[in-house]
Design a protein around this ligand. Structure first.
Ligand SMILES: [Zn+2]
Ligand SMILES: [Zn+2]
Length: 235
């Protein structure tokens, strides 16, 4: 079965994306969006000819509210297990995130308090504490790689096609991604460790990744990501 990646617009204009990956073994939901996002995700699941309980796995790229906020709701709807990295447990279970704004937008965004709002905590049904988790062990396609930098426990789902779902390891466009300049890589509004993010991006490139699907803006090609990683290393 051909693997397909469907972008789920949690917010319009690419400002916030989740993803539905359908491939051998069954569909995977990557990220859940903000709390209460099920009505935004449902139509994409339906359009793919699927029901909620067809979803086999929910992967959270990291524990920020805009990615993990609806995970508990979606687990209840789908019955699918949730996988995230052990280093992200605090954020997924209600700890306030460390927010290092990368630019004015991040500082303004932090002032709204929106990203620090509590959300329904979500435990990991499938804990991952190493650098690599081959989904073959679950009968699914793809590899989850520990790609820290944006947060300590950020992960990326790498598919055999060379596509990667990399969460907030990079972003593109203005504001929260989208609207304009979507082809231009940007740092996400918050980033805990840019050098570590650069190393993670380079690791993904070294594995032959050709297309980076992102939580905000995107997708971006390998060249744009390589340029972005170089820029991060100069910071
Ligand atoms: Zn984030
Ligand atoms: Zn985000």
């Amino acid at each position: 079965m051909q693997t397909t990646i469907k972008t789920i617009p949690i917010l319009p204009f690419g400002m916030l994306n989740a993803f539905l990956v359908t491939g051998a073994g069954g569909p995977i939901l990557v990220d859940s969006g903000l709390p209460g996002s099920a009505p935004a995700i449902g139509p994409v699941v339906k359009a793919a000819g699927l029901e909620w309980n067809d979803i086999k796995l929910i992967v959270l790229t990291h524990g920020h509210i805009d990615h993990a906020g609806a995970a508990a709701q979606l687990r209840a709807l789908t019955g699918a297990p949730v996988l995230y990295h052990a280093a992200e447990t605090g954020y997924c279970m209600g700890e306030k995130p460390v927010l290092r704004p990368t630019r004015l937008f991040g500082r303004l965004f932090r002032m709204t308090g929106a990203i620090e709002r509590p959300f329904p905590p979500v435990s990991a049904d499938i804990p991952m504490d190493g650098n690599i988790f081959d989904l073959k062990t679950l009968g699914l396609e793809g590899t989850v790689l520990h790609t820290p930098g944006h947060t300590p426990g950020s992960v990326s789902l790498l598919l055999p096609s060379g596509d990667v779902l990399a969460g907030d390891l990079a972003a593109s466009g203005i504001l929260l991604g989208g609207i304009a300049l979507r082809g231009r890589p940007e740092r996400p509004p918050f980033e805990e460790d840019p050098r570590l993010a650069a190393r993670s991006l380079e690791e993904l490139l070294s594995k032959g990744t050709t297309r980076f699907h992102l939580g905000h803006g995107g997708p971006l090609g390998a060249q744009a990501i390589a340029r972005h990683a170089n820029r991060l290393k100069q910071l």
